[in-house]
Design a protein around this ligand. Sequence first.
Ligand SMILES: Nc1ncnc2c1ncn2[C@@H]1O[C@H](COP(=O)(O)OP(=O)(O)O)[C@@H](O)[C@H]1O
Ligand SMILES: [Mg+2]
Length: 322
Amino acid sequence: MLLEIKNLNVSYKTVNGISNVLNNFELSMDTGDIISIVGESGSGKSTLGGAITKLLPPSAIETGSVIVDGKDIVPMSESEITNMRGTTIFMIFQNPLNSLNPVKTVGYQLMEAARVRNDRSNENLDEEAMERLVIDTLRAMRLPDPEKIMKRYPHELSGGQVQRIVISMALILRPKLLIADEPTTALDVTIQAQVINLLKELNRDYKMSIIFITHDLSLAYSISNRIMVMYAGRIMELNDSEEIIKNPKHPYTIALLLSVPTKYKTETKLYYISGSPPSFFNLPAGCKFNPRCEKAFDKCREMEPDLIVSKGNSRIRCWLYE
Ligand SMILES: Nc1ncnc2c1ncn2[C@@H]1O[C@H](COP(=O)(O)OP(=O)(O)O)[C@@H](O)[C@H]1O
Ligand SMILES: [Mg+2]
């Protein structure tokens, strides 16, 4: 088991009071798994990513355990977690500038990553081999003129370039667990496909496990073997990707799927789920999705369903499948 989240609670202290985003959250992941976390904006995906990497903001209150590679990171000190950063866990943020140091050149930071990898592996790369590794990685990310880019500072590059630099850093570090929070949103479609392929290669060749956060179900399907659909901080449905796409069960999953444009249904009008996710300060009673659910009945408005484990890898939180 590479990741085991047990009884995780995350709340934020805000001027309006405390919002409880994750509640008794549980999730396990084996080495080599690629799991996508899918849900609309505000469903708690980045909060979960932050909890797994111990990168939550100071306003967050976190309890429970997040066991990564055998160690619980929740009680760890900054220096203990720093030892795990890079080669055990690495996070690609939605805003790539957050992953880079603004006052160091791109080349300095990528060489630093190569050094970290070299120190923690037995490859014994010399300076020249590390530089080759960096340049080859930048080239694989389709960044033109890598030598020139290495001399630049992050703010001198475009958003798409910075994101590709951060992904290059992940490719160089080859962490056991990579958490990628909407990593391809700023990239155009061809580069997005390239990034997905590189991540899949790392998964295949080095068993790198990946948590891929996205609001795009089709992108999730293209990369992961399992998909977790999240709403209002809850897992609503979790299953093998194939099953989620071909046999979705939760009304929220079905609604998300209907809103994905695909080449197979160009005739149909794109579907939008009406309304928006609830505020954590004002969650509805019962199932958190019930106000937007076409299938909701009385019980859904009164009691929140548990996450039910049914056959195989399937989990669902819905009274329709009690
Ligand atoms: N630093 C923060 N302080 C207070 N509330 C936060 C903070 N970060 C996120 N939240 C709240 O947590 C909820 C989930 O946000 P987030 O995890 O960013 O969701 P997602 O990544 O799915 O869009 C939102 O209601 C958001 O307002
Ligand atoms: Mg987010």
